[in-house]
Structures are given as C-alpha cells and as structure tokens.
Design a protein around this ligand. Structure first.
Ligand code: DMJ
Length: 406
C-alpha cells in the first residue's frame, strides 16, 4: 500500500497493525518466516513512512525481543522454531535437530536494521554470530556450505550444497548485507565473492543445447536439477555488478551468468505448455523438463530477477517477459477472492486451496515495480539521489544506511 500510494488503505492498515496485531501466540512458529515476513515487513513500513511512525518501530522491537531466545544455543546458531509467548525454542525434528543454512543466514538484514533504527547494537551482535560460525567453517569447497548445520556444535551434518531450497537466501544476504550497511561490512563482500566464484566453477552448468543452470551438489556429485527458488540468482548477480561489488573481467563473468540464467528462468515459463508457468523445479538431463514436483506455488523469484535486470540494464525485453508471465499467472491462477497455487503447471484446472503471503508481498510487488518508474524505490544510487533501498528476501525494502558501525 505504501509503495502503491494507497494512502487511505495504508493509514487504516498501520492503525490495525499498531493497535490490533498480536505477537504473543502461544504456539511454535517458524523463526525464519516470522523474521522475513513480519519483522521485515514492520521495519520496511517504518522506513517507507520516512521513519516517523514510532509505533511501528516499537512493534518491531517487541517482535525482535520475542524472537531473540531462538539464538540461545551453544553456538549462537538459531533454532528453527520459537514460541513468541513463552520464549521456548526448538530445533527441527525432520532434520534430526539441524538448523538450515538459509534460515540461520537470513535474519541479519532484519536484526541489523532493528539495531540501526533503535541505535542499540544488541540485535546486530546476536545475529552476526551464526555468520561468524559459517565463516570460520572449512567446507570441502570454499564458499559452498552444506545446508544442514548443528546449532549445538556448529558442524555440517549433511553433504548437500544447494542454491535453491534450504540454501538460497543465505547467499542472497551475503551481498545484501554488504549493500545495506552502506558497503562497509567487508566480511560479507568477501564471503559473497568466494561463494559466487565457487558456484560458477563447481555448480554452474549448461545442457548440450546450451541452457544454463545451477546444479545442486550431493556428496560432491552434481545433481542436475534447479529449483524455481534459484531464479533469484540472476537479479542478485546483476545487482552486485551494478553496485561495483565486482569489477573488470569478473563483473563481465557475473553479468554473463546473470543473462544466461535469466533466460533459463524465463524459458521455464515460456516453454511450459499449456500454461506458460514455471514448475517448482526442473531437471536438465539432457534438456530442461519439469521435475517430479511440477507445482507452481505463486513464487516470485523469476519476476524478482526480471525487475532487477530491467532496472540494471534498461532492456525492455525484461518488461516484455514479465508481462507475458503476469498474463499467464492471471489467466491460470486467478480464483474468486484471490489467486491459487497450481498443483501441476501442465494441468491448470488442478488448483491448491492456498495463496501464500509472498504472492502479495513479493510476486505482485516485483511485477508492480517492473512497470513503475525507476525512481520508485531506487535500488542503487544515481547522481541525483545517493539513497537506495535493499529488498529483504521477502521483498520488503529496507533503507541502506551511511554510517558504520551502527
Ligand atoms: C520467500 O518466502 C522468500 O523469498 C524466501 O527466501 C524463499 N522463498 C519464498 C518465496 O518463494
């Protein structure tokens, strides 16, 4: 609402959030989802309102404090679940008690922002710990970390490397933390560059017809599949290059991969009959085909990257691709009262009775921004405006700051 200038609705929503939103449900909830969706949402709304609405920041502080007990582990790596009412936290059972790379590494933007807005470094210090544990670890390939990590010992408990499910936003936050902190926190830049260079060397692959993809790595062996979730990567690579995180030949290499992967992600939609909508994951043996799970969960990653690629290159092709994708989503997912996930992108009549909040927060917001003027939520500085925003992984824009440390 704030992004779209719907001021009446926005005022009513802010009033509801500050007066009615309860953050003390007595149940186990996901530390990660609550952080990226709710804490990120509150902080972003505070920023978009020009930092004037103290009640929003108070609410964010309340939530931040209630999430903190999740970090009470021997290593400081957060448990995956937290009870906001009692402060009880617990590990995941289906991982045998391990925390997930994407979850422990996707809270720093929110907790650092909370610290910065409150001028209290407590939240930043606590959320930095898991990154330090990972930074000190010695995976078999530098910068490519297995996705299961013990919160007790800080050791890797499986040998699967993935840039999709359970790995994805860890790598995204390495870049975005560097940008958010006004390009001052070097550790994140170094880790980002190491990870990207190993990804390009060990996971980045092409089919015989030249389709690019990022494979998973299972016990050192490539698994030739790519999740829809991985489609955030083209946008991330392009954003890093635009911000000067890499230069020269390396920047060209990053940009080339961004273009190639963007094309693959677009083709996951474009080539999919009869809907023109991309599946949850694809296999690449020998050429791209939908994987066993061919659902479409209303995910944003492809349109997210199209938005960034458009802003970075100004090539109208990315708007055209986004428009085609949007029309197909509207045609096949729209139901009375909202939009529904598809159980199989080859059979659009089979819908799931579910619309994740990220469809509004991310998919539609990125599409809206793709067709909006470039100065609406700037994502890099221009000669006229040094200020820019960095989107958290749930597409909530946070204002990058210019002083460091906090
Ligand atoms: C979102 O909740 C976030 O982008 C997260 O990082 C992973 N994927 C979902 C949407 O697909």
């Amino acid at each position: 609402m704030a992004v779209m200038g719907l001021s009446g609705e926005y005022e009513r929503a802010v009033h509801w959030v500050t007066a009615e939103l309860r953050l003390d449900q007595n149940m186990m909830t996901s530390f990660f989802e609550t952080t990226i969706r709710v804490l990120g949402g509150l902080l972003s709304t505070y920023d978009l309102g020009g930092g004037k609405d103290q009640a929003l920041l108070d609410k964010a502080k309340l939530l931040g404090d209630r999430l903190l007990p999740a970090f009470n582990t021997p290593t400081g790596i957060p448990y995956a679940q937290i009870n906001l009412a009692t402060g009880a936290s617990a590990a995941l059972s289906w991982t045998g008690g391990s925390s997930l790379l994407a979850e422990l590494g996707t809270c720093q933007m929110e907790f650092f922002s909370l610290s910065q807005r409150l001028q209290d470094d407590k939240y930043a210090t606590i959320s930095q710990k898991p990154i330090d544990v990972i930074d000190k670890s010695r995976p078999s390939i530098p910068g490519l970390y297995p996705i299961y990590i013990s919160p007790t010992h800080g050791s890797f408990t499986n040998n699967r490397v993935a840039w999709g499910a359970m790995g994805d936003s860890f790598y995204e936050y390495l870049l975005k933390m560097y940008l958010l902190t006004g390009k001052r926190h070097e550790q994140y830049r170094t880790m980002y560059l190491t990870s990207i260079s190993s990804m390009l060397q060990h996971l980045y692959s092409h089919t015989p017809r030249g389709t690019a993809y990022i494979a998973d790595l299972d016990n050192g062996q490539k698994d030739h599949k790519m999740d829809h979730l991985v489609c955030f990567v083209p946008g991330m690579l392009a954003l890093g290059v635009k911000h000067g995180v890499v230069e020269g030949e390396q920047a060209e290499q990053h940009m080339k991969a961004a273009h190639e992967l963007m094309e693959t992600c677009y083709n996951m939609y474009h080539q999919q009959q009869p809907t023109g909508i991309g599946a949850e994951y694809s296999r690449f043996t020998p050429e791209m085909t939908p994987g066993h799970d061919a659902s479409y969960k209303l995910r944003p990653e492809t349109v997210e990257s199209l938005f960034v690629m458009w802003r970075v290159t100004g090539d109208v092709k990315f708007r055209e691709w986004g428009w085609e994708i949007w029309q197909n989503i509207d045609r096949h997912c729209r139901v009375e009262g909202g939009y529904a996930a598809l159980m199989d992108v080859r059979q659009p009549q089979r819908k799931e009775d579910k619309m994740e909040s990220f469809f509004l927060a991310e998919t539609l917001k990125y599409l809206y921004l793709l067709f909006s003027p470039n100065d609406l939520i700037p994502i890099f500085p221009t000669p006229d405006n040094p200020e820019f925003y960095v989107f958290n992984t749930e597409c909530h824009p946070l204002k990058a700051w210019s002083t460091w440390p906090i």
